[in-house]
Write a protein that binds this ligand. Structure first.
Ligand SMILES: Cc1cc2nc3c(=O)[nH]c(=O)nc-3n(C[C@H](O)[C@H](O)[C@H](O)COP(=O)(O)OP(=O)(O)OC[C@H]3O[C@@H](n4cnc5c(N)ncnc54)[C@H](O)[C@@H]3O)c2cc1C
Length: 323
């Protein structure tokens, strides 16, 4: 099968990746851009409302991704090429497939999806950070039987029930605030000494009568228990073994970037496990850029979109120097 050529490939079509597409197109509308990833599979699309995008009223995440997609589609048909060719039309393409491998090919890159191979002069990785799964005793056994990895996605199924959320940070805070509309009682089991979330969320949490937070609960002391379905979770507070009865346990822990598809590239990784980049989003591999949480950026849509935009601009500057 023939390889498809492009100037810039963007791997991961969440808000970070789509922002990089927009930046690259605006900086140079002659470039052929391919963005890879399953449509509407991003955290922005799946994880509920967003109310902190400057200048945008509270918006459902999936609607926001749709707006970005529509904006890209409009750009894509902005200029009609005088002589459309297979390689230069469409100028931007959103490819609804995951990348299974990324390798260098001379000074270019070869990108493979299950259906096609592509060659690109530059690449931006914006595949985010996956959920951490399978670390708690009993977790795997009770998936779909009361264990979930997303309070915002599955919370409404547990109306009137008792819920536990495991984790820390804004994700947990937002999850608990979402659940308070549905669940009778919500307990946050947090392994850190504070919830490490925005104070605006903390204020709402601490004034919610059906939310309780327990701090300094070691993750390795947790054990989900039940018979056919979840009945609760065991945990240790100091040296004491405790038990909480619950109908559902939401495990909201984050992993490190999953870049197995790029394992041959010997990417430099930071001490904290993120892909190492400089201030221009460049990695140790020439022409390969990273944007968003995969390089350790903070997990806020506006920050990640700015970072995606920046990577798009620097990737185009790299391409212009290369040509
Ligand atoms: C419950 C919850 C609520 C949140 N609410 C807010 C909020 O209100 N405000 C806020 O600022 N932030 C919020 N966030 C954080 C925000 O959702 C994330 O910061 C943001 O979605 C990250 O965007 P991203 O594009 O960097 O990564 P992601 O959204 O994770 O997107 C990465 C994309 O890469 C794709 N991908 C992965 N591997 C491959 C591959 N091999 N090939 C191709 N594609 C691949 C994935 O399918 C995905 O589409 C929330 C997060 C959660 C979990």
């Amino acid at each position: 099968m023939d390889k498809v050529n492009c100037d810039l490939a963007i791997i991961g079509s969440g808000s970070t990746g789509l922002s990089a597409v927009i930046a690259a197109y605006c900086k140079n509308p002659d470039l052929v851009i391919k963005a890879f990833g399953i449509s509407y599979d991003s955290n922005t699309a799946k994880k509920g409302d967003i109310e902190n995008i400057p200048g945008v009223d509270k918006i459902i995440g999936v609607d926001y991704i749709q707006k970005l997609t529509e904006q890209i589609e409009k750009f894509s048909s902005e200029f009609t090429p005088e002589q459309p060719t297979d390689t230069h039309f469409p100028i931007i393409e959103l490819i609804n497939e995951n990348v299974i491998s990324l390798n260098t090919l001379g000074s270019d890159f070869e990108i493979k999806t299950p259906d096609q191979s592509y060659v690109s002069k530059a690449v931006i990785i914006s595949t985010g950070i996956p959920e951490l799964k399978g670390t708690i005793k009993g977790e795997d056994e009770f998936v779909h039987k009361g264990v979930s990895h997303c309070a915002v996605c599955d919370g409404a199924l547990f109306r009137g029930r008792k819920a536990v959320i495991v984790g820390t940070g804004n994700i947990v805070a937002r999850g608990a605030l979402f659940l308070r509309k549905y669940c009778r009682k919500i307990t946050i089991l947090c392994h850190t000494t504070t919830l490490e979330c925005d104070k605006r969320y903390l204020r709402k949490l601490t004034t919610s009568s059906n939310i309780q937070i327990k701090y300094k609960i070691p993750i390795n002391s947790l054990e989900v228990f039940g018979s056919q379905v979840v009945q609760g979770i065991k945990y240790k507070k100091l040296q004491d073994e405790k038990e909480l009865s619950a109908d559902v346990i939401f495990i909201e822990l984050k992993d490190k970037p999953n870049i197995v598809y790029a394992e041959n590239l010997n990417l430099e990784i930071t001490e904290d496990g993120y892909i190492k980049t400089n201030e221009k989003n460049e990695t140790n591999v020439s022409g390969l850029f990273v944007a968003g949480t995969a390089r350790g950026e903070k997990d806020y849509v506006p920050i990640l979109m700015g970072d995606g935009y920046k990577a798009g601009v620097y990737a185009v500057e790299y391409l212009e120097m290369k040509s």
